[in-house]
Design a protein around this ligand. Structure first.
Ligand SMILES: Nc1ncnc2c1ncn2[C@@H]1O[C@H](COP(=O)(O)OP(=O)(O)OP(=O)(O)O)[C@@H](O)[C@H]1O
Length: 458
């Protein structure tokens, strides 16, 4: 049953797109290895035993299509709500082909909708859906789905500062190094600029930096919300689990003054749009929003005041304070330019959280020192040729423990991938399918959790 579900899941359209990508990448490895028929595994000649595939010190060489170009890289940097993405998307819209890579499925969905509405046919590709449009030369994708072998006139990577994220950063690094676009637009926090400049020193690209200022003011309040009885129309309560979202919605609605829309990352796009539309519509009774930090990434909603229910979240590994950058991102949703609230306000539910909120909003985000990196399938595959009896779990573990990196990079935290790999190794799947499944584990983590429940040994 489990195997069947997994096989169905893996054969879904989302997996197929990068199969081709990896074939091409493999042909152009730095070691100039030509491996013949790449995915008819048995016919591949084995790479020399003495090559160290865990040497990840030159990741820019993994992307020959991008290296053949001299890319014009535009860095759009500034605070939230300053028009960075707006300007990059305008450029994307005016080019004859392009790709938008966003950190969230919701954002990819919003951009595809926007381009299609502007009569620029655009496909939507995320880990969960693939919606193709006739004649489309544009794609809007979640960053993990970025295709690094096609040629584009223009590419946009949103929230580029996420290249420093422990778990997902490697996908942003891959997009940064690998997108084969004449123009590459990177939108995000100025904290990422020195690292991006350093990383791109070896690619031959030219870099132009454009600084932005916030388009409308954001005021941190001195008074906490205190109680849900003080909720007002236009408020957005931010919390960090789906269960808490629904508990808070229930509590606020029990006061019988407000109705709440909800927005969180895993909500199906259609439902999420309905919820956001109800909240944005001045005539709707749904005048309060309860949302997860998914709203922190570039979404445009009619929010007057952000109220943090807490400044701590469980990040999949530990309970921790929100970072300066996360607090700014989320707070920045209040008073969006062009919304009906010209001034944004931000506060916390509890007074104890106010000092951290205020100090974070005043501080610059700490400079990002390192970008996430993860070996491409090519490297894992060639390593597996040297060690044919090893399953994906042991291959990943080997790379996690032994990879050699330059000072600009860190190896992605792959604890969750290892758990998923251990399950996949029990199934009759090709290494490549297992790899893709693991790389996108964050999109199927619920599945993984389900399997772990019925495989208590994991
Ligand atoms: N020149 C403009 N004309 C009209 N609307 C604009 C303009 N610039 C920005 N906006 C609008 O302002 C809002 C914020 O812009 P945008 O999303 O580009 O900001 P951002 O800097 O990327 O923000 P964040 O980092 O918070 O995602 C959006 O609703 C956008 O459509």
């Amino acid at each position: 049953m489990v195997a069947l579900l997994l096989r169905r899941r893996i054969s879904a359209s989302s997996v197929s797109s990068t199969l081709v990508n990896d074939k091409v990448e493999l042909c152009h490895l730095p070691w100039k290895l030509r491996l013949g028929s790449l995915f008819g595994y048995c016919s591949i000649s084995r790479p020399a035993a003495n090559i160290d595939f865990t040497d990840l010190t030159c990741p820019h060489t993994w992307y020959p299509s991008a290296r053949r170009k001299k890319r014009n890289v535009y860095l759009h940097v500034g605070p939230t709500n300053s028009g960075k993405t707006y300007n990059a998307l305008k450029r994307l819209e005016s080019c004859s082909s392009g790709i938008y890579c966003g950190p969230l499925r919701l954002l990819a969905w919003e951009v595809a909708k926007r381009l299609n509405k502007a009569k620029v046919p655009c496909d939507l590709i995320t880990g969960q859906e693939r919606e193709t449009v006739d004649g489309a030369q544009h794609k809007s994708v979640t960053v993990e789905m970025a295709d690094v072998t096609s040629d584009y006139k223009c590419a946009v990577v949103d929230e580029i500062q996420m290249l420093g994220c422990k778990t997902r950063g490697f996908s942003f690094t891959r997009a940064l190094l690998g997108l084969a676009a004449d123009e590459l637009h990177l939108c995000g926090d100025p904290a990422a600029v020195p690292l991006i400049e350093e990383i791109l020193k070896v690619t031959g690209d030219t870099i132009k930096i454009q600084h932005y200022e916030r388009l409308s003011p954001l005021v941190p309040l001195k008074v906490p919300l205190g109680s849900f009885s003080n909720i007002r129309t236009g408020d957005c309560i931010v919390t960090f689990s789906r269960q808490k979202i629904y508990n808070m919605k229930k509590e606020i609605e029990s006061g019988e003054k407000h109705l709440c829309s909800v927005v969180y990352g895993s909500l199906p796009p259609v439902t999420r749009t309905r919820q956001a539309t109800m909240f944005n519509d001045a005539n709707s009774e749904f005048d309060v929003l309860v949302a997860s930090d998914a709203i922190g990434m570039g979404l445009n909603l009619n929010i007057s005041r952000i109220v943090f229910s807490t400044l701590q979240k469980f990040d999949g590994f530990e309970m921790r304070n929100l970072t300066v950058s996360e607090i700014k991102q989320i707070a920045g949703r209040a008073g969006r330019y062009g919304s009906k609230f010209p001034v944004g306000k931000v506060t916390c539910l509890d007074a104890d959280d106010l000092p951290l909120l205020h100090s974070s909003l005043k501080s610059p985000s700490p400079i990002i020192e390192q970008a996430g990196l993860f070996p491409s399938f090519d490297l894992l595959y060639m390593y597996s040729c040297q060690h044919p009896k090893r399953g994906l779990y042991h291959i990943l573990e080997h790379f996690a423990d032994n990879s050699k990196l330059s000072a600009k990079y860190f190896i992605a935290n792959c604890d969750k991938m290892l758990k998923v790999a251990a399950v996949l190794d029990e199934l009759p799947m090709k290494l490549h399918d297992k790899y893709l499944f693991c790389i996108r584990y964050h999109l199927i983590v619920v599945f993984a959790f389900f399997f772990c429940q019925i495989h208590p040994s994991l």
